[in-house]
Design a protein around this ligand. Structure first.
Ligand SMILES: *Cc1c(COP(=O)(O)O)cnc(C)c1O
Length: 275
């Protein structure tokens, strides 16, 4: 329930659909605290992006789920960049819906959104009036009974997903999560001596958001791309010069991590990260 200047947020969704909502904002890089939910006990639902991808903050989902359970609030989790990267147990959280996409830690082409619904969510989808023709959960659920989708989906992406999920299932989702966590930990240890500070006070395994102490973040992204052939993720808008991000999800091999750490140290030796 935070918003960033450059992207659509859960708040925009509520506004678009004419829902009465309260926005809970977190300061950039800061975790969500229990006190921030005080006064919202009478709400029907809570939408949260479990991992705020621009700052890299992973919210305390046990705390959020506990609040929802105590107050009978329906919990909807945008787990798009947290899925597979961070611990997520839908049943343990008692979440009504969990969403992810094909393009983050599943690391295949973009084009498929995945949504897991609890029995309660299915009941609500069936009982509530439809608001959108293109995303009709009623139609999706009905079609799923015969293994179909309401419209032709991104079939090639589904085939990739099938292969990827088979691979993850064979190794165990926990193994994939541990692999991503190890990449994140090795990266963070490897930059400890550089003039870069971590933005997030509760970092996710998916991404490390960094603030350079002396030079614009956009310059680092540009030099990594132009001189080292490495693509780091810039932040948009007002944060362009303040923050850049290094992703740890997807097909990142140990040698990729070493190239990146070598490049950043080389830049530092050249004085490109500061004095
Ligand atoms: C990436 C992401 C999305 C989806 O954004 P796209 O524009 O489809 O990439 C939504 N929520 C979170 C938390 C994300 O990290």
């Amino acid at each position: 329930m935070t918003r960033t200047a450059s992207s659509w947020s859960t708040v925009d969704l509520c506004a678009l659909h004419g829902r009465d909502y309260t926005e809970v904002r977190c300061d950039f890089g800061h975790a969500l605290r229990r006190e921030q939910l005080t006064g919202l006990e009478d709400r029907t639902a809570l939408l949260i992006n479990m991992h705020e991808t621009s700052s890299g903050v992973l919210y305390d989902m046990d705390m959020v789920a506990g609040f929802c359970r105590e107050n009978g609030i329906f919990l909807i989790v945008d787990a798009i960049s947290a899925f597979l990267a961070d611990e997520l147990d839908m049943a343990a959280l008692g979440a009504g819906a969990v969403l992810t996409g094909s393009q983050k830690a599943l690391a295949v082409q973009p084009g498929v959104s995945l949504i897991a619904l609890s029995p309660e969510a299915v009941r609500r989808a069936e009982e509530n009036p439809e608001v959108c023709l293109y995303l009709s959960l009623k139609q999706a659920l009905k079609n799923a009974e015969r293994g179909q989708t309401p419209f032709t989906p991104a079939v090639t992406t589904l085939l990739q997903l099938h292969t990827r999920l088979s691979d993850i299932t064979a190794r165990g989702a926990e193994a994939e999560r541990a692999r991503i966590a190890a990449v994140a930990a090795a990266f963070r240890a490897g930059i400890a001596d550089l003039p870069l500070t971590m933005i997030s006070e509760a970092p996710s395994n998916a991404v490390t958001s960094l603030h350079p102490l002396y030079v614009p973040a956009s310059a680092i992204v540009r030099i990594l791309k132009d001189e080292y052939g490495i693509w780091a993720c810039p932040n948009g808008g007002a944060l362009m010069d303040e923050v850049f991000r290094i992703g740890h999800i997807g097909h990142i091999r140990p040698e990729d991590l070493h190239s990146l750490l070598d490049a950043l140290h080389d830049m530092n030796n050249r004085g490109l990260l500061g004095p």
